[in-house]
Design a protein around this ligand. Structure first.
Ligand code: ADP
Ligand code: MG
Length: 358
């Protein structure tokens, strides 16, 4: 068996002068849920349409299950598809809607019934077979859309922003529903979204896209904890970057020091680090420790003053001034422990310090 269920090899797709996918290479493993994540207009749908065959790449090849399908028409690719506007046929029952793809494939009636009921059981809606779309909720309609995509047991399921027409609460429920369904089926799936929380919650791996290309591919925790580019860090919700310069690399300790606005911050070293290089430093607000002013000094412990505190229920948020030009955002669990104007110390634990070398 080939290693990858889907492979894009150096795929370029242009619309006139616009390069919607610029030499994109991506490998999706068998049974994996891969998400294409990126802002609107970055070419996610175009990439998906290259997989489905609705777009023919200008350059490069597309493989499904080891076969070069670049020139194979959509209907022969054995794909299930769910789109944002998944509109069910209003005049057909749930059963009729799910049966439709099997009718097109000229399956006999007894077999159709069996396959449709299998698909309805999969989404726990076998009792709704006689209902019409208007008689069921939006979430149930979306599940029927999924059943319709899965009923003919495709090799691959492709979902293009399938939840973006649903309200926030339902969207969150459906995330788990989709994840659970894909786990049960063991099917390979490609999921397109611009919503980073959705991508992190759903995916085995995420490909973060930016304007026609892929910036980083990784597991959700890698994308979240170790973004490799500023774009990824920014898109994934780490908006506070501090510009600095690498002042030293300590080979023995496997650390380096970054000068940021008068502070010397110790960070984990990486191979591309060299003194003098410009870097972006960041640390998540909930990874910073806030300590009483009486706390001893040490590596990455800095003196500060609380400028602002905000109670957030399960957390408290502080703005702590650590130097004239530098205010750090810190989030701690639970109740407010420090007051505005209070002297404190902040500790930036080395393993949580992140640096992108520019
Ligand atoms: N059929 C088309 N003709 C011309 N331009 C298109 C066409 N489809 C998409 N585009 C453009 O290509 C870019 C990528 O679009 P798309 O793949 O739909 O992005 P996304 O799904 O990430 O929002 C956008 O700038 C879009 O306007
Ligand atoms: Mg799109």
């Amino acid at each position: 068996m080939p290693d990858y269920m889907i492979e894009l090899r150096d795929v370029t797709k242009r619309y006139g002068d616009l390069v919607a996918n610029d030499n994109v290479t991506l490998q999706i493993r068998r049974g994996e849920l891969m998400t294409l994540l990126g802002p609107s207009g970055c070419g996610k749908t175009t990439a998906l349409r290259c997989i489905t065959g609705h777009n023919i790449p200008d350059e490069g090849r597309v493989f499904i299950d080891g076969e070069d399908v670049t020139d194979v028409p959509t209907y022969k690719r054995e794909l299930g598809m769910v789109f944002q506007s998944f509109a069910l046929f209003p005049h057909m029952t749930v059963f009729g809607n799910v049966e439709f793809p099997l009718m097109i494939r000229r399956m006999n009636k007894a077999e159709r019934r069996e396959w449709v009921m299998d698909a309805l059981r999969m989404i726990r809606m076998e009792e709704y077979e006689d209902h019409y779309p208007r008689q069921i909720s939006g979430g149930q309609q979306q599940r029927v859309g999924l059943a319709r995509a899965l009923v003919y047991r495709p090799k691959v399921l492709l979902l293009d922003e399938p939840l973006s027409n649903l309200d926030a609460k339902l969207r969150e429920e459906m995330r788990f529903e989709i994840r659970d369904l894909i786990d049960r089926l063991g099917i390979t799936a490609v999921y397109v979204t611009h919503d980073q929380a959705e991508a992190l919650a759903l995916s085995d791996r995420v490909a973060v896209r930016n304007a026609g290309h892929i910036e980083q591919v990784g597991m959700p925790d890698e994308i979240y904890d170790l973004p490799q580019t500023r774009f990824v860090a920014d898109f994934i919700g780490l908006s506070e970057f501090l510009a600095g310069t690498l002042s030293a690399v300590h080979t023995e300790e496997r650390t380096a020091t970054v000068a940021v606005d008068g502070l010397e911050i110790h960070v984990p070293a990486t191979p591309e680090m060299a003194p003098g290089r410009k870097v972006l430093f960041f640390i998540r607000p909930n990874d910073i420790e806030l300590l009483p002013a009486s706390q001893e000094s040490g590596i990455n412990v800095f003196v500060g003053v609380v400028e602002k505190k905000t109670y957030l229920g399960d957390r408290s948020d502080y703005r702590v001034r650590v130097s004239e030009g530098l205010e750090l955002r810190v989030q701690t669990d639970g109740k407010v422990r420090f007051e505005e104007g209070e002297n404190v110390k902040v500790h930036l634990p080395i393993p949580h310090c992140r640096v992108i070398v520019e």
